[in-house]
Design a protein around this ligand. Structure first.
Ligand SMILES: Cc1cc2nc3c(=O)[nH]c(=O)nc-3n(C[C@H](O)[C@H](O)[C@H](O)COP(=O)(O)OP(=O)(O)OC[C@H]3O[C@@H](n4cnc5c(N)ncnc54)[C@H](O)[C@@H]3O)c2cc1C
Length: 535
C-alpha cells in the first residue's frame, strides 16, 4: 500500500518519464517525450481522453496566426486584463509553440472543416474529439497508459531527485509504482470539488506532491474564479455570457465590469437572484451558437429555457485555479519546478506569465496546456534518458493523508468532514471573492486546523485513502491561496480585497508561496517588480 513504503507495490514499471495526469497538458507532455525517444508511462485518475476539465468542457485555443500586429494585440489585451504582471517573452513563446503544435495536429490527421473563405481550418473546440484524438496519438507513440490510476505521492532518491511515483489502480484494486528518470506533474488545477464541468478530479494533487519535495507556487491569490451556471445545473460553459444582459430579481440591470472580474455579479448574488438573457446575440448568429456549443443548449432545453427569448436564473460555481491562474512556479523555460527531476505543465503550473491575474479561459489556458506540456515533456525526456539505468533506493515523499504525522490514524470516513469543512472555506463567495484581512485570517486559522486533521488521517480502503489524500491537497491549496491573498494588499485582476479596493502600482509583482505545516507567502524577490511589462 502506498501508505507504507516497506510494502511492495503490486504493479511495478520502469520508465524514463512518468507523466501524472492525462488532460491536454499531460497528453502533449507524454507525446513529446515519447517522440524524443523516451520510454513513457502516463497515469490518470480517470480515463485519459475523457477525464479532466478539457475533455468535458470544450476548448478554444489561443491560436493567433504568426502576424506581428495580431499577436501584439493579443498579448497587450492579456497583459491589461491580467493586471500588468505578465511576461511578453513567455506570451510570445506560447503563441509560437501552440501554433506550431496545432498545425502538427492537422498533419497528423485531425479532421478539418472549411472556413467562410473556403480555407481549411482545424476545429478543436469540440474537446471530446480533441482529447480522444490525443489519446490515440499518445498510444501510437508508444506511451503506456494506466487509466483509473491516481498517483498518491512522488518517489525520490537519497539526494532528493524525483524518480517516480506511487498510486493505486482503482478498478484492479491494487497498488502501482513507476520508477522513472523524470516526472511531469499535469494533474490540473483545483476546483475544490465544486462540481464544475469535469473538475472534480482536479483537487490540487500535483501541487501538493511537488510542495512535499520543496517546490514553490506562484499567483495563488488568483484562485477565486467562479463560473456561471444556469441555476440548478453544473453547465459552466461561459462563452456566450458576453452576449448577456444581467438583471436582479426586480428586473433592474446589474452594472459594472460584468464579464471580466465578475465582482458586480457575484456581489448581486449575495443580495438575491441574478438572471441572464442572451439578448445581445445577433439574430443570424443564434443557430450557429447552438450548433457550436451543443452541451450548453442541451441543458437549456432540458430545463425548458430559451436563453435568447427570456431571462433565466443563474448561479455560480467555483472553478478555482482551473479558470484562475495560480500554481507551481516554473523556474525556467522548460517548465522545471526547481526540484531535480520534476517538471510541471498545464493548470498545475502558474499561468501568470501569460495571463497575469485574470482568467485565461476561452483560449490562453488551452494554449498553455499545449505549450507547457510540450516543453516539460521534452525536458523530462532529456533528463530521464540521461539518468537511465542509475539505480537508487527510493522513498515515498507523501505526508498528509497517507502517512499519519503523530502515529494516530483518523477515523474511517473522516474525509467527508474534511471535505465539507474545506469547501465551507473555499466555496463561500463572501470569503473567497470579497476578501478582507479579517476574513482571510479567520479562514486560514480554520484551514490550519483542517491541515492538522489531514496530517493524522489515513483512510483504510484504497478508495478511502484517495479521498483523504485529495482532501489534504485541497486544504493545502486553500492555505497557499489565502496566505498569498493576505500578502497582496490591493485589488488586481480577479483578486478582490474589500479592505484595499484600489490597485497599488507598488504591488506590480508576483507573490510566491509554499510550505506544508508552516505555510508562507511573500513577494517574488527573484522576479522583482514587473514594471518593464507596464504598457
Ligand atoms: C467549463 C470550462 C470551460 C473551459 N473552456 C476553455 C476554453 O474554451 N479555452 C481555454 O483555453 N480554456 C478553457 N478552460 C480551461 C481549460 O479547460 C484548462 O485550462 C485545461 O483543461 C487544462 O488542462 P490540464 O491538462 O492542465 O488539466 P485537465 O484537463 O484538468 O487534466 C488533468 C488530468 O489530471 C488527472 N489527475 C488529477 N489528479 C491526478 C492524480 N493524483 N493522479 C493521476 N491523474 C490525476 C485528471 O484525471 C485529469 O485527467 C475551461 C475550463 C472550464 C472549467
Amino acid at each position: 500500500m502506498p501508505v507504507n513504503s516497506s510494502l511492495r507495490a503490486e504493479l511495478t514499471l520502469e520508465a524514463d518519464v512518468l507523466v501524472i495526469g492525462g488532460g491536454p497538458a499531460g497528453a502533449w507532455a507524454a507525446l513529446t517525450a515519447a517522440r524524443e525517444g523516451a520510454r513513457v508511462v502516463l497515469v490518470d485518475k480517470g480515463y485519459c481522453g475523457t477525464s479532466g476539465v478539457a475533455a468535458t468542457a470544450g476548448v478554444g485555443h489561443w491560436a493567433v496566426p504568426p502576424d506581428e500586429t495580431l499577436r501584439g494585440e493579443a498579448m497587450a489585451l492579456r497583459t491589461r486584463l491580467g493586471g500588468f504582471i505578465t511576461d511578453p517573452v513567455w506570451q510570445a513563446r506560447v503563441l509560437d509553440e501552440t501554433w506550431r503544435r496545432l498545425e502538427e495536429l492537422g498533419r497528423a490527421g485531425y479532421p478539418t472543416s472549411r472556413d467562410d473563405a473556403g480555407g481549411s481550418v482545424l476545429r478543436i473546440g469540440q474537446a471530446p474529439h480533441y482529447m480522444r484524438f490525443m489519446r490515440g496519438l499518445v498510444q501510437r507513440a508508444g506511451v503506456s497508459i494506466l487509466d483509473h490510476s491516481p498517483a498518491f505521492e512522488l518517489l525520490a532518491d537519497p539526494e532528493g531527485t524525483v524518480a517516480g511515483a506511487r498510486g493505486i489502480q482503482r478498478q484492479k484494486r491494487r497498488t502501482w509504482e513507476v520508477r522513472a528518470g523524470a516526472v511531469v506533474v499535469a494533474t490540473g488545477g483545483c476546483t475544490w470539488k465544486s462540481k464544475s464541468l469535469g473538475g472534480d478530479v482536479n483537487t490540487g494533487d500535483g501541487q501538493l506532491f511537488a510542495a512535499e519535495v520543496g517546490a514553490r507556487l506562484s499567483g495563488m491569490e488568483f484562485s477565486s474564479f467562479f463560473g456561471i451556471v444556469p441555476k440548478g445545473t453544473s453547465m459552466d460553459k461561459n462563452g456566450y455570457f458576453g452576449f448577456a444582459t444581467f438583471t436582479r430579481d426586480d428586473g433592474s440591470p446589474i452594472e459594472g465590469q460584468l464579464f471580466g472580474s465578475r465582482a458586480p455579479l457575484l456581489k448581486a448574488s449575495l443580495d438575491g437572484g441574478v438572471y441572464a438573457q442572451f439578448d445581445r446575440a445577433p439574430e443570424h448568429l443564434r443557430p450557429v451558437m447552438r450548433a457550436a456549443m451543443p452541451n450548453f443548449f442541451m441543458v437549456m432545453d432540458k430545463i425548458g429555457a430559451d436563453p435568447f427569448a427570456r431571462r433565466f436564473a443563474i448561479d455560480f460555481v467555483l472553478e478555482g485555479t482551473v479558470r484562475g491562474t495560480g500554481g507551481l512556479r516554473v523556474v525556467d523555460s522548460e517548465c522545471w519546478t526547481g526540484v531535480p527531476g520534476l517538471f510541471a505543465a498545464g493548470d498545475t503550473a502558474s499561468r501568470e506569465v501569460i495571463v497575469g491575474g485574470a482568467t485565461g479561459a476561452g483560449a490562453p489556458n488551452a494554449a498553455w496546456a499545449v505549450s507547457s506540456g510540450t516543453w516539460a515533456g521534452r525536458a523530462a525526456a532529456r533528463h530521464g534518458q540521461l539518468v537511465r539505468g542509475r539505480r537508487a533506493d527510493l522513498v515515498g515523499t507523501g505526508g498528509a493523508g497517507i502517512r499519519p504525522a503523530h502515529g494516530a490514524a483518523g477515523a474511517k470516513g473522516a474525509w467527508r468532514e474534511l471535505l465539507r469543512a474545506v469547501q465551507a472555506e473555499t466555496h463561500s463567495i463572501e470569503i473567497n471573492v470579497f476578501r478582507t484581512d479579517e476574513r482571510l485570517r479567520r479562514s486560514l486559522a480554520a484551514l490550519d486546523g483542517l491541515w492538522r486533521g489531514a496530517r493524522t488521517s489515513i483512510g483504510g480502503e484504497l478508495d478511502e485513502q484517495l479521498r483523504v489524500r485529495e482532501c489534504a491537497a485541497m486544504i493545502a491549496m486553500a492555505r497557499w491561496s489565502y496566505a498569498s491573498a493576505l500578502v497582496r494588499t490591493e485589488t488586481r485582476a480577479m483578486h478582490t480585497r474589500e479592505d484595499y479596493p484600489a490597485t497599488d502600482e507598488a504591488q506590480q509583482h508576483r507573490i510566491v508561496s509554499g510550505g506544508l505545516d508552516d505555510v508562507w507567502a511573500t513577494v517574488d524577490a527573484a522576479e522583482g517588480p514587473c514594471e518593464r511589462l507596464a504598457s
